[in-house]
Design a protein around this ligand. Structure first.
Ligand code: MSP
Length: 600
């Protein structure tokens, strides 16, 4: 941020060295999307979209992850935001919303140019390679995004140019000298007060470098009151609430204009009418949220991008980039006359030994390794269940294994497996009752229904940890029920007891069906495996909605599949050693590697 240091040349508003840029055209009229959009938090006047077709359609749910820097391949920290976003997108699709889930890569600027040089590749080749590694990881992690934007895409450049003209027309750009300390890792000028020993950036722990430049500036200070008003009127604009307070604190302490161009960086989008400068990477990248909705090869424009998918419903980001999203971005949009997003949610960091896990610090965890060893469902589940969404959280392999074994292999996997085993043995794998009739007079169904409602509320509220916990509670309830009812001994008694036992199995299987849907935003493949074991097809699974969590779908006569473990229990090193001794060899199915997976 262009912040106040002693040798700072541009004061919080236009300074002596600043030169206003002339603009020929009148200030821009507001650009806004279709009139159907939600009303909250819009502080810019809205005009109709140019697209008539969308006028009566319900608004899409537009969800974004940050666009990831391509200085290095993704690590678990980058994967974390995307996993969370994918869970939110899947949940919103279950609510039958049209979802536009946007992700992508941020490919310009000094940091990327330097990493390309270090890798011995030209910047474009470097970006292609790393951007592709993100796409591959998203496939491995079962991420179902709708749009993947690269800031080197030609359509993006067109949108940046249009946007620049609008901000220029608003009279919010001027030229001035700037001198300050720059963190290349953050791609940001730092305030001396923020720095730790030896002028090091607190996030990257590397010294910031002195820079002096003649740049174009954005008059952020002009938006101070409008931003205050936005947050006062719509406190949900920044979530969780403790991050709102942080943002309010920044704004209260005074907003300073920031430079939006770089004279020293070649790898970027040229400033219109001044090819000696490139656009500052953040001013460029934030616009990826708009350009993402355009198709490759079409005539790109800012207006078209706004019509296609704006405003965003939710920007999911890490807390380190909150200022860009909750202060700079809304001010930029106000300046350009474009509607504001509904909300920005800043989550915490995955840490290793208490430090932010990151490419620059080199203390990362490889998500691909975790997926290869434990599967996408386990990785997705662990991080969403164990790291309270919003707060920091530490990873340890022991905790990972204990959690997924206890929850996915035991509570869920075993419950399904033993119920199907009993059904096979006693009922020929066929349901003898409708699930509604089976639960008649039992309070169990009500308990499941109220937990499902609770889980829905948690998803809506982005309390992803609580959503997982609540679904697991349903599993615990199911285990308790089957243990108490003991259908295995009731079958032996025959007569009415056997009939009751057959009903109890239907009750548990209907419960499993509901669990599968309610956990599908987090563990999509595991949920599909549960669903197909219950005799449904993949197509049936793919058209499910949250409405299908209502009790009563399983019907008498439905045939279940052969019971097969749906989640492989992860074997710990101790168990593996135990298995290696002849007397303990139990014949579990293992994967190669130092630790493996065994069937639960
Ligand atoms: N390129 C910018 C974002 C531009 S958005 C228009 C950027 N990229 S990043 O690759 O450095 O970070 C992307 C996201 O990953 C951020 O939300 C950041 O918080 C998140 N994470 C990176 N390391 C992280 C952890 N160790 N833990 C959790 N998330 C972290 O910033």
């Amino acid at each position: 941020m262009a912040a106040g240091r002693a040798f700072f040349c541009v004061p919080s508003s236009i300074g002596a060295t600043a030169r206003r840029l002339a603009f020929a055209s009148p200030p821009p009229r507001p650009l806004a999307s279709a009139p159907h959009r939600r009303g909250r938090g819009r502080c810019c006047a809205s005009i109709s979209s140019s697209s008539d077709a969308s006028a009566s359609a319900p608004p899409p749910y537009v969800l974004t992850t940050p666009l990831y820097y391509v200085n290095a391949p993704p690590h678990m920290g980058s994967a974390y935001t995307t996993i969370a976003a994918d869970a939110v997108a899947r949940f919103q699709r279950l609510l039958q919303k049209k979802v536009i889930f946007i992700t992508g890569t941020d490919e310009h600027g000094e940091k990327i140019a330097t990493s390309a040089e270090a890798s011995g590749r030209n910047p474009k080749e470097h970006c292609d390679t790393i951007s592709n590694s993100y796409k591959m990881l998203w496939a491995d992690l079962d991420i179902e995004y709708d749009k993947f934007i690269r800031t080197t895409d030609p359509k993006h450049e067109a949108v940046v140019n249009d946007f620049y003209s609008r901000v220029l027309s608003s009279g919010d750009l001027y030229r001035a000298d700037y001198e300050g300390l720059y963190c290349v890792g953050c791609e940001e000028y730092k305030d001396e007060k923020e720095l730790v020993e030896n002028n090091c950036c607190p996030v990257h722990l590397k010294p910031c470098v002195p820079r002096k430049e003649d740049n174009y500036f954005f008059a952020l200070s002009k938006y101070q009151h409008k931003l205050e008003e936005l947050l006062r009127r719509n406190p949900d604009f920044v979530r969780p609430s403790y991050r709102l307070h942080e943002v309010q604190g920044w704004i209260k302490s005074g907003l300073r204009d920031f430079s939006i161009s770089r004279a020293s960086v070649e790898w970027g989008i040229p400033v219109p009418n001044d090819t000696k400068q490139t656009i500052y990477v953040w001013f460029d990248a934030l616009l990826g949220y708009l350009s993402a909705s355009l198709d490759d090869g079409e005539q790109a424009s800012l207006q078209k991008a706004v019509d296609r998918g704006w405003p965003a419903s939710l920007h999911l980001i890490g807390k380190d980039i909150l200022r860009f999203h909750a202060v700079y971005w809304p001010a930029m949009l106000m300046s350009a006359g474009i509607s504001l997003p509904d909300a920005v949610f800043g989550h915490g960091f995955l840490t290793k030994d208490g430090m932010k896990m990151g490419k620059s610090l080199g203390n990362t965890l490889e998500p691909k390794d975790l997926v290869d060893r434990f599967g996408a469902d386990a990785v997705r589940y662990f991080f969403l269940r164990e790291v309270e969404f919003g707060n920091d959280g530490d990873y340890s392999e022991g905790r990972f294994i204990n959690t997924v074994n206890a929850h996915l292999a035991n509570t869920i996997g075993n419950l399904l497996n033993r119920t199907l085993g009993l059904l096979k043995k006693n009922c020929g794998s066929m349901l003898a009752f409708d699930s509604m009739a089976a639960a008649d007079g039992s309070s169990f169904k009500n308990s499941v229904e109220s937990l499902v409602d609770k889980a829905k509320g948690h998803y809506e509220n982005l309390s992803l940890t609580s959503a997982c916990e609540t679904v697991l509670e349903i599993g615990n309830l199911g285990n308790l029920y089957i243990d108490e009812q003991a259908p295995w001994s009731c079958f032996k008694q025959g007569g009415e007891s056997a009939e009751k036992a057959a009903k109890d199995l239907v009750i548990i299987l209907e419960t499993m069906r509901i669990i599968a849907i309610a956990l599908s935003p987090v563990t999509p493949s595991l949920s599909l495996r549960i669903y197909t074991q219950l005799g449904f097809t993949e197509d049936q699974f793919s058209t499910l909605t949250w409405e299908d969590t209502k009790w009563g779908v399983l019907k008498a006569g439905q045939a279940m599949m052969e019971p097969k473990p749906i989640f492989a229990k992860i074997e710990t090193e101790a168990e593996e050693k135990d298995q290696a001794t002849p007397k303990a060899a139990k014949g579990g199915k293992k994967k190669s590697g130092s630790k493996g997976l065994v069937e639960a």
